[in-house]
Design a protein. Structure first.
Lengths: 528, 335
């Protein structure tokens, strides 16, 4: 088989270095494995779920909205507790040199895909050594799912413990990808269960061919795909950790798509006729969270005054270098229900000073926490903290910058009695506003992911209503209102959303930036 | 010779124990909790945290973890990476050939150029060649590898288009890699052009990695030669009318080589350190990059297992160097 693939590859590449049928993606790192349920990193999802697999529900390519995937349709019960999925008939898992399915995809695969993550007594739970199912847990699936029932071969019913409108979006996430029970059984019988995480089988547009650790991943088109087969015949990930080297490879024609360019290279890339740079705001937000339980930050007018003192445009220009945009809402503009009517607190040091005086605050000194790591929503937290320090100094507020090792930082910043305001951010999981507003600002999150330690009755009421409402238009209204409350109360200074830039060879057509930060090659084609 | 070997092997044992302790302690002394790092911004509940601690065995007392680790070593089990879920030894064996291939090429290049350059500089002491060589050696020695590597790529791959930018093999070639050494596997594959592709991918990383050892070897050879050239027996040989080539090349160089061999042996450690940057820049799938990634993730098993294996390799290379000494200089065997 390997020889065969090699021959066909060689034949295709004969003559021209990059044939129209082979797309090379210079990926930024190695996948940890190929079972998306075990991991949380985007690099791993690109190599597994996003290329090889499908979910019951799928995100519409390039959007945060969802569409039917392996489930053709579904119904939600009146009380919002029962989701009945009608599975797509005639879908086959991949036939490769290491697996040949004997039956079509059915309800057993769906139940297997979830129970292996949630049922500790399932024989599949510990199939992979040292397995943990972090995303399944962090999306609260164990509390949420009461049972998963097989109604018939092609119908599955999920019963929930409470109504949860974002459930459908959760099912489109990589951890909820549908994998083959038959493949797992075969591996277990052969005593090679660990291969499940090394050689993935799915129903997706590309079949896994081979992975040379830290070097190259190869995929071949799935010609029996249940949708139109992909335009690309062979998809190759050339793992290239250094951003400057990725750029050189793109220039030399050694790859067609590269993620995460150095912001400093963007100008040169844009002026290169062979390279197209596509851009889009990322599904994230970088913020400064005050401790709203610590005086004087317990007063909204103090927080608002400080927000007015921050020159956000200068921060975006200085730190993001074209890879960022000023944030006014806690959710990014690519997300549905983003309230563009909200007016940001304009930068005005004089007004800020006056507002602080009016609030009876003088001689204020505070701590600002700067993260020790680079994140898309904050490429240089130390520098950002210094700029905020200078801004606050202008309104008479003294700032001391503190930092800790990353794990410690995340842990210590959760404390309710924490001293100071924290720089942090969030990248969305499922494209649902609940995933930002409830997780980061809900009352349940105080002492945890809610770094502002902020619990506001009006806001909480809105997001709880939206959580159980299944009508999207109704939910949109509630979230829009919640953003107005947020702005008036100002538990955070919203600083920036990253802008994702993706340089592509001008031969690439139909590429769409994935709002979730992933890289999806179904729907992409190459011209000669 | 045998007793010399036994004596050297005996010193292995305390060193080995020391390495297990250091490797074990190193990653645990670094601040940073692997579970919190794994969870990131998303965080982890207290119950889930305790569950994970238990699963990874971090709830055991440290001495207990150490003993389990040592017992594992004697069973040939270096643990399982908690990120890739694969045995540490498997991953090491898969990646190590790439590092060895690059390291060997670099050391061969450094030696082949460094020794003759040092000899010529010594013989022409103070002349233009000597000064030019010594100043370039200083530059080479102080060059930041990542910058130098990137410069090589931009000039030779980007501007001139002579070599590929990064990787080990052209993507159009696809074959089994039974040995892990691309130069050998590409020949075994029988695919025409594969070997050529392997060589062309090796050129720039080899130069980048060889630069520092090359500078060190050239300087060491020069100073050792200068010392030997002042010895009486060299003057005698000259007086007897031997050709300068024979005097310098045989009589002087053979004795000058002893410290040079030491330096070459020691540079194996430097090479492994240099490999971390070189491998990252050139997307070279070796153990350098693997170790760095694992340290960032606080992947305890990989770091302690990887460090142990690397230390073992360095120890073995040093043993070989010691044995080589014995051949070059019989005095050491008896000492």
């Amino acid at each position: 088989m390997k020889k065969l693939v090699a021959l066909s590859l060689a034949a295709m590449l004969m003559g021209s270095a990059a044939s129209a049928a082979n797309l090379v993606y210079c990926s930024e790192g190695s996948p940890e494995g190929f079972d998306p349920a075990l991991y949380t990193s985007g690099t791993t999802f690109d190599a597994s779920a996003r290329s090889v697999m499908n979910g019951l529900v799928e995100f519409t390519r390039g959007e945060t909205a969802t569409e039917p995937g392996l489930a053709e349709s579904w119904e939600v019960s009146e009380d919002g507790l029962e989701y009945t999925f009608h599975l797509r008939p005639g879908v086959r898992f991949h036939t490769t040199d290491f697996f040949t399915p004997t039956r079509d995809f059915n309800a057993d695969d769906v139940i297997f895909s979830f129970e292996r993550q949630g049922k500790e007594d399932s024989p599949y739970f510990a199939m992979t050594p040292a397995a943990t199912y972090e995303y399944y847990n962090s999306m609260s699936m164990p509390d949420l799912i009461k049972s998963i029932e097989k109604v018939d071969d092609m119908t599955v019913k999920f019963v929930l413990n409470r109504p949860e409108a974002p459930m459908i979006a959760n099912l489109a996430m990589p951890f909820a990808s549908i994998v083959s029970k038959e493949y797992a059984d075969q591996l277990i019988a052969a005593g090679t269960a660990e291969m499940f995480n090394q050689k993935p089988i799915g129903t997706g547009p590309f079949k896994f061919v081979d992975y040379q650790k830290d070097a190259v991943i190869r995929y071949a088109r799935n010609d029996e795909y249940w949708q139109e087969p992909a335009a690309i015949e062979n998809l190759i990930f050339a793992i290239t950790p250094d951003a400057s080297v990725r750029y050189q490879k793109l220039k030399a024609g050694e790859c067609h798509v590269m993620p995460y360019p150095n912001p400093a290279d963007l100008e040169a890339m844009k002026s290169d006729p062979n390279i197209n740079v596509v851009s889009r705001e990322g599904l994230n937000v970088g913020y400064l969270a005050y401790n709203t339980q610590q005086p004087p930050f317990d007063k909204p007018e103090v927080r608002k005054a400080l927000n007015m003192a921050i020159d956000k445009q200068a921060i975006v220009d200085g730190i993001f270098q074209g890879a960022g945009a000023v944030a006014k809402n806690p959710i990014p503009p690519t997300m549905w229900s983003y309230n563009d009517a909200v007016v940001d607190d304009a930068y005005d040091p004089e007004a800020a000073k006056a507002a602080l005086e009016a609030a009876g605050v003088s001689d204020l000194s505070m701590k600002v926490w700067a993260m020790p790591v680079q994140r898309p929503y904050n490429p240089n937290a130390r520098r950002m903290a210094e700029m905020i320090q200078a801004d606050f100094d202008k309104v008479g507020v003294k700032v001391e910058i503190v930092s800790y090792e990353w794990g410690e930082y995340l842990d210590k910043s959760k404390a309710v009695d924490r001293d100071g305001a924290v720089l942090l951010g969030w990248t969305g999981d499922n494209g649902d506003p609940d995933n930002f507003l409830a997780v980061l600002l809900g009352c349940d999150g105080v002492g945890n992911a809610n770094r502002a330690q902020w619990c506001n009755e009006e806001f909480e009421d809105l997001i709880q209503k939206a959580k159980v409402e299944s009508d999207q238009a109704e939910r949109t209204k509630l979230y829009e209102q919640a953003q107005v409350v947020f702005k008036a109360q100002a538990p955070w200074a919203t600083i920036a959303h990253s802008v994702v830039n993706e340089p592509l060879s001008n031969k690439v057509e139909g590429y769409k930036i994935d709002p979730f930060g992933g890289h999806v090659f179904y729907g992409v084609s190459l011209t000669e | 010779m045998l007793s010399f070997l036994i004596r050297r092997l005996a010193t292995f044992i305390p060193t080995f124990i020391g390495v297990t302790v250091i490797a074990f302690a190193f990653i645990r002394l670094l601040p940073g909790d692997p579970i919190l790092l794994l969870a990131g911004e998303r965080g982890v509940s207290a119950e889930r945290y305790a569950e994970l601690q238990h699963q990874f065995g971090f709830d055991q007392p440290v001495w207990r973890q150490y003993i389990d680790y040592v017992i594992g070593i004697f069973h040939g089990d270096l643990g399982t990476s908690f990120s890739t879920k694969r045995p540490v030894l498997d991953e090491f064996m898969q990646l190590f050939p790439a590092t060895v291939e690059l390291g060997l090429c670099a050391i061969v290049l450094a030696t082949l150029i460094g020794i003759p350059a040092g000899v010529i500089a010594a013989v022409n002491r103070g002349k233009f060649f000597d000064q030019a060589l010594m100043s370039s050696a200083l530059v080479g020695y102080s060059m930041p590898i990542f910058w130098w590597a990137l410069l090589l790529i931009i000039v030779f791959s980007g501007t001139l288009g002579w070599t590929p930018v990064s990787g080990r093999m052209g993507l159009q070639y696809y074959f089994d890699t039974p040995t892990g050494f691309m130069l050998i596997d590409s020949l075994l594959s029988g695919q025409s052009g594969a070997f050529r592709s392997a060589v062309s991918h090796l050129i720039l990383p080899t130069i980048a990695l060889a630069t520092i050892p090359l500078a060190v070897i050239a300087r060491q050879t020069r100073s050792a030669m200068l010392e030997v050239l002042g010895e009486d027996y060299v003057r005698t040989a000259r007086a007897k009318g031997m050709s300068p080539l024979r005097v310098n090349g045989v009589h002087a160089l053979r004795n000058a080589l002893i410290p040079v061999v030491t330096v070459i042996g020691l540079s194996v450690g430097t090479l492994l350190a240099g490999a971390i940057l070189t491998e990252t820049i050139f997307s070279w799938p070796g153990i350098g990059k693997w170790m760095v990634d694992s340290i960032f993730r606080r992947d305890y098993q990989v770091v302690q297992g990887g460090l142990l294996l690397i230390a073992l390799v360095v120890m073995i290379v040093n043993l070989i160097v010691d044995v080589l000494y014995g051949f070059i200089n019989p005095k050491i065997r008896k000492g």
